[in-house]
Design a protein around this ligand. Structure first.
Ligand SMILES: Cc1cc2nc3c(=O)[nH]c(=O)nc-3n(C[C@H](O)[C@H](O)[C@H](O)COP(=O)(O)O)c2cc1C
Length: 399
């Protein structure tokens, strides 16, 4: 949302997943949104007002008879660009479906013409209850956007459907509802995760890539209107269900999948960590310890990024570089941008391992001539949007 700063009202309700919504609010603020949180009374049992005010950087109100002179019970709703209810409890889904207006959150929602995004979270039995099904169907019929719930671990030892959607999915749905559809018409291929090069049937050479950045890019690009194909290696995080994904294991698999997708792509974003080497002869049997320390000979894998860069096909190519040298970071990154023939190189320093698996990163962007053009420090979602802003500008000048 770096293109403009929409006002997002977040209705926080009383589910255990409220703590996760703090990171959604943080993402939205980092993304340039003006966020106002209106919690239900129950929600404040889960997350304190101080946390919500500090993270949203706005005062938090929760009673109808506060701020009467400024008609607060409707003013916030009237000025919202989008309203998000997250986590949405079964109780609040019912209140929304029947149009109740006995709390500040509910009057705000009822007094608003802004798009409503709802991210339910509850135990499976509550979600599958006929009353909840009926309330959800009513909300869908009225054009409310539902995000999730997903399937996975719930509060206790149980698991099933009812888990709050991942924060990146919720942020993407809010952005989509804000109407920033600047990437409509673009076919974008994103690679993510790490490749695994087998040694024998049970062992492989892998890397620390989690896949978070690529998933953030794919989710954000889709929310901004692009048609997205995600090509994913090994991941440490769940894959959002709304993404079209091709799963691969080795660098060779990745190369075949990228080549197939490249034919119709306008943009290829190579965020995956692809192994430079593979094992020359993969053992069909598990290597036995009793046979002694094995000698494993490596051979070079194809350089997929350089191959794409040499095609000069008119496709906008984004490469990633993970640099461990602090002193020569910019020099190495600029050199890589020139050598690989990319249009944009996203370089991050991985000297202290802090980037792998983290939701945050610190990147520097270089153009194809190796000139530093931008830098972003923050969440991987905000980095994704900044990269997409560059693609959006390229689209405006080339299409
Ligand atoms: C520890 C705890 C966790 C809860 N988690 C959820 C939940 O995840 N989803 C849900 O629908 N209700 C949950 N509830 C029940 C709601 O808090 C309760 O229905 C409340 O009335 C919701 O009010 P609100 O919708 O106005 O926030 C939970 C209650 C407790 C005590």
């Amino acid at each position: 949302m770096s293109l403009h700063s929409p006002r997002v009202v977040v209705g926080l309700t009383g589910g255990i997943a409220a703590y996760k919504v703090v990171s959604v609010i943080r993402e939205l603020v980092a993304d340039g949104c003006d966020v106002h949180v209106v919690p239900s009374e129950s929600a404040l049992n889960f997350v304190g007002r101080a946390t919500l005010e500090a993270i949203s950087r706005n005062p938090v109100h929760d009673t109808i008879f506060d701020g009467v002179a400024e008609v607060r019970h409707v003013a916030l709703g009237q000025s919202a660009d989008v309203i998000l209810v997250a986590p949405a409890t079964a109780n609040t889904l019912s209140a929304l479906a029947t149009g109740r207006a006995d709390t500040l959150m509910l009057t705000t929602i009822l007094a608003s013409r802004a798009p409503l995004v709802v991210a339910p979270a509850m135990h499976t039995e509550m979600w599958e209850n006929a009353a909840t099904r009926s309330n959800v169907a009513t909300l869908r019929e009225r054009g409310v956007t539902l995000v999730g719930p997903g399937v996975g671990r719930l509060t206790g030892t149980d698991s099933g459907i009812g888990r709050l959607a991942e924060p990146a999915e919720i942020v993407a749905a809010v952005r989509a509802s804000c109407g920033t559809h600047d990437l409509v018409g673009l076919n974008i291929v994103v690679t993510t995760g790490g490749t695994r090069e087998p040694i024998d049937p049970v062992r492989f050479i892998g890397n620390r890539s989690s896949g978070i950045q690529g998933i953030a890019l794919a989710t954000a690009a889709q929310a901004r209107g692009a048609t997205v194909t995600l090509i994913a290696g090994a991941l440490d995080v769940p894959l959002p269900s709304q993404l079209t994904c091709v799963r691969v294991e080795t660098a060779e698999d990745m190369r075949s999948a990228v080549r197939a997708a490249h034919a119709t792509a306008d943009v290829v974003i190579m965020a995956a960590a692809i192994s430079d080497y593979r094992v020359e002869t993969v053992s069909s049997e598990k290597l036995k310890k009793s046979a002694g320390v094995p000698e494993i000979r490596l051979v070079e894998n194809p350089d997929i990024l350089a191959e794409l860069g040499s095609l000069k096909s008119g496709t906008f190519l984004v490469g990633f570089a993970a640099e461990t040298s602090v002193e020569r970071f910019a020099e190495f990154a600029a050199d890589k941008a020139r050598r690989k023939g990319v249009d944009l190189l996203v370089a991050n320093s991985v000297a202290d391992n802090a980037v792998f698996g983290s939701q945050d990163t610190d990147v520097h962007l270089f153009d194809g001539r190796g000139v530093a053009v931008d830098s972003v420090r923050g969440s991987k979602v905000s980095v994704a949007h900044r990269i997409l802003d560059h693609i959006s500008r390229w689209k405006d000048t080339h299409q």
